[in-house]
Design a protein around this ligand. Structure first.
Ligand code: ADP
Ligand code: MG
Length: 594
């Protein structure tokens, strides 16, 4: 038992195994003062109550053979004993056969009292003062808000997997999440993600698998390609009703979006994998959050295909035969220009999605003897493509990059790159990366001078977030205010945006805020500075011109001039190159002139 959220997970799993249809979770002080889970399940027979708190006491396996096909969430009989050992537990329970309820009070695992009380059918387990007798553990608990967020995550994830069960989560007396238990997953999605996002999610059809030889069924929801996030955290996978972490299946989902998402962006998906219990080993991880499939390739391709088919079916874009005269088709999804073609997809099935970024399709090859020849900063390029670790390189930082020479703009290619001529050859400039760098240095200078411009919104925007993200946002309101976001809590999990950094004044404030919260989520360590850095990077990235935007000669001139005056002009703030230099010598060599 590492932390409050792990306790909540175990107690919820027990309630679900007991067939509960209502589960109420009460939390005080992020679970450090109290964690209570009440259910209306089967209850524990009076004579078994003490046993339930003994190590290796489980009522869920009858023979060793049962281990090969586990159909319950719990099976080791360890959780209650482990929880009781490090806290003060009060358990009240009654089965349908018992006339009265039983109450057992334990302290550090030892029975303090045992009596008979009136109680409804079901079980209430209250865990107080977790780790009261393990000061070292208690000291290392993260902040109350962090623990709250992890608890929110567990409760909402289980609510999604068990739409028939009515969940209610209360933090310090306030209801922060509840599901109706009406069996409709969409209703739970709505409670978890908010109406806007729930509406967009595409339902994964199960029909195709009915007569396939594979015993695997895939259901759930997946976002349209227009809905993406900066991390994998919103890809949720369940196997037989158990929320698991599985890199391979997560990657199967990502791969289904092959060519559909911008580089470095991840889809939102809730995937339910169902297969015979003997096809999956759940007894491989102490926290039971990982599983091993008998046929892991089968599982991978079932997930990937199911998601891909859903995307194909959900796409209004169809190929138009040339000359058919059926007029242009338009895409419902901004930034999704392509046609979904399953065959073409199949050919690419095993390539990295990263390679498909249209920005990278331009066939630029380095001179024969490698990048060293191609420019003074080639080392930087090789060093950190795609490095997303946010680091603040302040203008005053010691290792200033070399300044750029004066350049003359020649033109724009592919609405993504600016071609410029310098004193020694040609420069290809990535307009988005370059603009990010420019905005970043401007923003950092303004921040040093405490002059970050904030733009009030004429009509303030309301944003609803999933409970875990809402908690995260609440933790950072002050830091965001320093950066120009004036955001106030406005009802449960809802916020009103009153101002945004002036840089973002042209963008939709709700989208801007969502992006920022996503990035906060990426690295959940509560290290203030790194989180601030991520927000700053996000602001600059959102405000920068995108690839695909054509620029006038004057705009390009202005951008080049601003880039020239940057302290670190060679890379964007994420460390990717802003420009590629083809020296006169390298060109001459390529053309066989020397
Ligand atoms: P496991 O879930 O692996 O069996 P636990 O330590 O979590 O082990 O629980 C021990 C036993 O206590 C369970 O096997 C079950 O019989 C009983 N139990 C625990 N919680 C509940 C509950 N909420 N309702 C009914 N029975 C429960
Ligand atoms: Mg259990």
């Amino acid at each position: 038992m590492e932390r409050p959220a792990s306790v909540v997970k175990e107690l919820i799993e027990n309630a679900l195994d007991a067939g509960a249809s209502t589960i109420n979770v009460d939390v005080r002080d992020g679970g450090q003062a109290l964690l209570q889970v009440a259910d209306d399940g089967s209850g524990i027979p009076a004579q078994e109550l003490e046993t339930a708190f003994l190590r290796h006491a489980t009522s869920k396996l009858n023979s060793a053979g049962d281990l090969a096909a586990i159909g319950t969430l719990g099976f080791r009989g360890e959780a209650l004993a482990a929880i009781a050992a490090v806290s003060q537990v009060t358990a009240v329970t009654r089965t349908a056969h018992d006339d009265a309820g039983s109450r057992l009070v334990l302290e550090g695992g030892k029975t303090e009292s045992r009596d008979t009380v009136g109680a409804p059918r079901g079980t209430v387990i209250a865990v107080e003062n977790l780790f009261y007798n393990v000061p070292a553990r208690r000291k290392f608990l993260k902040s109350i808000t962090t623990e709250r967020r992890l608890i929110d995550e567990f409760v909402t994830r289980y609510a999604l997997a068990y739409p028939d069960v009515r969940f209610r989560l209360v933090h310090d007396g306030r209801i922060t999440f509840q599901s109706s238990g009406n069996g409709n997953v969409r209703d739970v999605l709505l409670a978890v993600y908010g109406a806007e996002m729930a509406k967009e999610l595409l339902e994964i059809g199960d029909g195709e698998f009915a007569n396939s030889p594979s015993p695997i069924s895939i259901t759930g929801f997946t976002g349209p390609p227009s809905l993406h996030r900066s991390n994998r955290g919103q890809i949720t996978i369940y196997v037989n009703g158990r929320w698991i972490k599985d890199n391979s299946l997560t990657y199967a989902v990502i791969q289904a979006y092959h060519t559909l998402l911008p580089t470095g962006r991840y889809p939102v998906a809730v995937i339910f994998v169902q297969l015979p219990f003997n096809q999956v080993d759940v007894n491989v991880h102490p926290a039971k959050t990982e599983v091993r499939f008998r046929d892991s390739n089968g599982a991978f391709s079932a997930v990937q295909r199911a998601v891909r088919r859903t995307l194909v079916a959900g796409s209004p874009v169809r190929s138009v035969a040339l000359g058919a005269g059926s007029g242009p088709t338009t895409s419902r999804y901004p930034g999704w220009g392509g046609t979904l073609d399953e065959e073409a997809f199949a050919r690419h099935e095993h390539t990295q999605p990263e390679l498909s970024d249209p920005q990278q399709n331009l066939n630029l090859s380095w001179p024969e003897n490698g990048p060293q020849d191609a420019g003074t900063f080639a080392g930087e390029i090789a060093a950190q493509p795609g490095n997303d670790t946010a680091q603040l390189d302040l203008p005053r930082a010691a290792n200033r990059g070399e300044r750029l020479p004066i350049m003359r703009v020649v033109g724009q290619v592919g609405a993504a790159y600016i071609i410029a001529e310098g004193p020694d050859g040609i420069f290809l400039i990535d307009q988005h990366a370059a603009h990010e760098r420019i905005l970043y240095e401007q923003f950092m200078t303004a921040r040093e001078r405490n002059e970050i411009a904030s733009q009030g919104l004429v009509t303030s925007a309301t944003v609803q977030l999933p409970p875990d993200q809402a908690t995260l946002l609440e933790e950072h309101l002050e830091m965001l205010a320093d950066l120009g976001f004036k955001v106030e809590p406005f009802g449960p999990n809802t916020f009103v945006v009153r101002a945004v950094p002036a840089l973002l004044s042209k963008l939709d404030p709700a989208t801007a805020l969502h992006a920022v919260v996503d990035d906060l989520e990426t690295g959940k360590e509560p290290l203030q500075e790194r989180e601030e850095a991520r927000v700053i990077l996000r602001v600059c990235k959102s405000a920068a011109v995108k690839a695909g935007q054509s620029l006038s000669p004057a705009e390009m001139e202005a951008m080049i001039q601003q880039l020239e005056s940057c302290h670190n002009p060679h890379t964007c703030p994420h460390g990717r190159p802003t420009l590629i230099h083809l020296s006169a010598a390298a060109l001459a060599k390529q053309f066989g002139r020397m």
